[in-house]
Design a protein. Structure first.
Lengths: 115, 115
């Protein structure tokens, strides 16, 4: 079965640089979520999109922005990177409908290292 | 507001012995509850999900969890541990009252399995 695809899998950036993370949801899933997992931490919700509109917002810094495109893929844009942004960034997607719509399927993550 | 408490940060078992990972939740309404597993340097894999259809939920790899509303618990069990079960386990709650489903993660329980 197709899974959530994230690219790149690993990314190394310098402080103050920008980064773009991409997420391709499972086919026919209409909602995408972004999470940040710091070292030894549980995943923290950043932001979500439903049908290309922002649906919910968590602890996402103002330096970060995201969007969902017409093909449902999503991109997380991170500017003015700080050392503390080093983390594993997960994307998840969920299918339409109320019975399964709350089940999120996670991608493998992008490991961002800021030097 | 919803919250999750995983009562043990680490659980150590011997291969072939039972596994019990404890989770208590707090939610304003009828939540959906999940267990996810994360192997080292890997993404989050859905183990099982509770959505009020049945209080005993069977998941993948022989795991199951029992929802007990009176105790606000959703403990994860497995009759016989395998070496490959060594991983971090997250108990997760989703409250549909939020409109769109935002997952709240517990802090995780690291399961260690010794031969």
């Amino acid at each position: 079965a197709a899974g959530v695809i994230q690219s790149p899998r690993h990314l190394i950036k310098e402080k103050r640089e920008t980064a773009t993370l991409k997420c391709y949801p499972i086919p026919r899933h209409d909602t995408v979520y972004w999470y940040q997992q710091g070292p030894g931490q549980d995943p923290q919700f950043l932001i979500s999109f439903y049908e290309k509109m922002q649906s919910d917002k968590g602890s996402i810094p103002d330096r970060f922005s995201a969007q969902q495109f017409s093909d449902y893929h999503s991109e997380l844009n991170m500017s003015s990177l700080e050392l503390g942004d080093s983390a594993l960034y997960f994307c998840a997607s969920s299918p339409p409908g109320t019975s399964e719509g709350d089940t999120q399927y996670f991608g493998p993550g992008t490991r961002l290292t800021v030097l | 507001a919803q919250s999750v408490t995983q009562l043990d940060s680490h659980v150590s078992v011997s291969e072939g012995t039972p596994v019990l990972l404890r989770c208590n939740y707090s939610s304003s309404y009828s939540p959906s509850l999940f267990w996810y597993v994360q192997h080292p340097n890997k993404g989050l894999q859905l183990l099982l999900k509770y959505t009020s259809a049945a209080t005993l939920v069977k998941g993948i790899n022989g795991f199951e969890a029992e929802f007990k509303k009176s105790e606000t618990s959703f403990h994860l069990t497995k009759p016989s541990a395998h070496m490959s079960d060594a991983a971090e386990y997250f108990c997760v709650v989703s409250d549909p009252d939020s409109g769109y489903s935002t997952l709240t993660f517990g802090k995780g329980t690291m399961l260690l399995v010794s031969p």
